[in-house]
Design a protein around this ligand. Structure first.
Ligand code: PEP
Length: 255
């Protein structure tokens, strides 16, 4: 049984006080249970948010990382630095990193390997552009992102990662994949992992859906059998909306 994970990606939003307040509100509303809750603030407020979350069940994650452990890499952040601040997770290959910052599958693959070596769980994001979906290429795009980003890893490694399926056309647009569209890709992803690695690893991997998840659609999306949680952008920036999505995941966990 895969326990649901609800992850908030705060992106380049919120100042220091707002980040602390949001983390405090989420921590106050979260009790230990069958749903894992994660927040990913911007790097510069990780330390402040980490202090708020200490001793609470809410986990902390980075929004990205560099693949080298230390050295002359101006502006970069390492996985050991994230671990030092109490991060258990790191988002890798988010569509904004792929399409705005130009990250390749090779770069993401190096980051996945470094994160695993440091004991930080990668949340590997994959997803197609609108034109790729319209051209019937969703499965091929997602498959090549998985193959490229997980190159060189074995079944044991793969069992430790989280995958987020995030159709690019649904991120921050208010458009959501229908529960059936999302379930179809999630099931294909699990089948792909089973073929490439083994059924045990494929069964263990949590596959999150991301793309305009909000309280009004969370129940329908999370009720799908292969949707194991959500990566949430906009709706993770307010305590109430994020807590409502967590409540939908609790319903799934209880069913
Ligand atoms: C995201 O940040 O990964 C995301 C899915 O954003 P939003 O929920 O705002 O679409």
């Amino acid at each position: 049984m895969r326990s649901p994970l609800i992850a908030g990606n705060w992106k380049m939003n919120l100042n220091r006080v707002e980040s602390i307040d949001l983390a405090r509100g989420i921590a106050q509303g979260t009790s230990p249970g069958e749903v894992d809750v994660l927040v990913c603030p911007t790097f510069v407020y990780l330390d402040a948010v980490s202090a708020v979350l200490e001793g609470t069940p809410v986990k902390l994650g980075g929004q990205d990382v560099y693949h080298e452990s230390n050295g002359a890499f101006t502006g970069a952040i390492s996985t050991t630095m994230l671990a030092d601040l109490g991060c258990d997770y790191v988002i890798l290959g988010h569509s904004e990193r792929r399409h705005v910052m130009g990250e390749s599958n090779e770069m993401i693959n190096a980051k996945v390997k470094t994160a695993l070596a440091t004991g930080i769980t990668p949340i590997l994001c994959v997803g197609e552009l609108l034109e790729e979906r319209e051209a019937g290429q969703t499965q091929a795009v997602v498959e090549s992102q998985i193959d490229g980003s997980l190159a060189g890893l074995n079944a044991e490694h793969v069992a430790q990662i989280v995958i987020a399926y995030e159709p690019v056309w649904a991120i921050g647009t208010g458009k959501t994949a229908s529960p059936e569209q999302a379930q179809e890709v999630h099931a294909d992803l699990r089948k792909l992992l089973s073929n490439r690695y083994n059924a045990t690893s494929a069964d263990a991997v949590r596959v999150l859906y991301g793309g305009s998840v909000k309280p009004s659609n969370a129940n329908d999306l999370l009720s799908q059998p292969d949707i194991d949680g959500a990566l949430v952008g906009g709706a993770s920036l307010k305590v109430d909306s994020f807590m409502e999505i967590i409540a939908a995941a609790k319903t799934k966990a209880a069913s």
